[in-house]
Design a protein around this ligand. Structure first.
Ligand code: ZN
Length: 303
């Protein structure tokens, strides 16, 4: 058994995970705007309290655990988290504090990679030795697996699929470049465009916007937005297929709530425009199956 922790842009989840990837006990909390004023303290206190209460509820002791794994956004170097833009977090020396509190090894890995690992081990891509995991959420993250092994560069995290430039002089990205994949295909961007077009309230919840997209998918006002989204997504996915030649491309993040409507259009676009260097009869683009638990399960399944 390991503890898996998922630090997201808007929530924190902590789970006790068994050897087969089963989440035995889980606690979650949303991060409010107020929490962001003292985000370092909020994250550390939440994690420590959640781990303690899970151990108490399950009646187990820390020595029965393997390690504590953390799935985190931002840049991870030397077991420290840097530059989580969505949380306004510059640096968090999280491993040191958690290790001191529980006396267990702490491992940290990029959140999209953790979700990809979970899908590869226990979820949708279990049968595909070569696969790409693409997380379409607030931003775009991802992971690549070849022969069942996560592709990992030695020095930096890499696999920044979201910052692959797909349009010359395109939209400004917060990374400093222009035309990045995530400025066209993140769910945040899509939801924003839908919200503006349908004149929805700025505070409309994410779930409601997804419902509106589902309801109005064939609406003439929305169609140009969806068409453009599909075109860019087809380019991004084709680039990844041309580089990695995966058996399967698995998409996670909040995209899963509209994926059934979008994926057939993306497949058609890829075929119609002949975007693949090595043409395929069938393009296996699938939706992640572990939902919100993927980060926790992946963080608790690191080697
Ligand atoms: Zn970028």
């Amino acid at each position: 058994m390991n503890i898996g922790i998922d630090i997201g842009g808007s929530h924190i989840g902590v789970g006790l995970v068994g050897s087969s990837g089963k989440v035995i006990n889980k606690k979650e909390v949303d991060i409010t705007e107020k929490d962001k004023k003292n985000i370092e303290k909020m994250i550390l206190n939440t994690i420590i309290n959640f781990v303690k209460s899970i151990l108490k509820e399950q009646d187990i002791e820390t020595r029965e655990l393997g390690y504590i794994g953390i799935a985190s956004p931002g840049t991870i170097e030397n077991n420290c988290i840097y530059n989580v833009v969505n949380l306004g977090l510059e640096k968090l020396d999280i491993a040191k504090v958690i290790k001191k509190e529980f006396g267990l090894e702490v491992k940290i890995k990029n959140d999209a990679k953790c979700a990809g690992i979970a899908e590869s081990m226990y979820g949708r891509t279990k049968a595909a030795q070569d696969n790409i995991y693409l997380c379409l959420g607030t931003g775009i993250g991802g992971a690549a697996f070849l022969s069942n092994k996560l592709v990992e560069p030695r020095y930096k995290s890499g696999m920044e699929f979201g910052h692959m430039i797909i349009q010359k002089d395109g939209r400004q990205c917060k990374c400093g470049s222009k035309g990045c994949f995530e400025t066209y295909c993140s769910m945040k961007v899509l939801k924003q465009e839908i919200r503006e077009t349908l004149e929805l309230d700025e505070n409309e919840t994410s779930a409601n916007i997804v419902n509106e997209i589902r309801k109005h998918i064939n609406d003439l006002r929305i169609q140009p937005i969806i068409d453009e989204y599909v075109q860019y997504l087809a380019i991004g996915i084709s680039n990844l297929i041309n580089i990695f030649e995966p058996e399967m491309v698995c998409i996670g993040g909040s995209f899963v709530f509209i994926g059934d409507l979008i994926i057939p259009k993306v497949k058609k676009e890829i075929q119609d425009k002949k975007l693949l260097f090595n043409p395929r009869k069938e393009i296996d683009i699938v939706l992640a199956s572990l939902g919100n638990d993927a980060g926790i399960i992946g963080a608790a399944s690191l080697l």
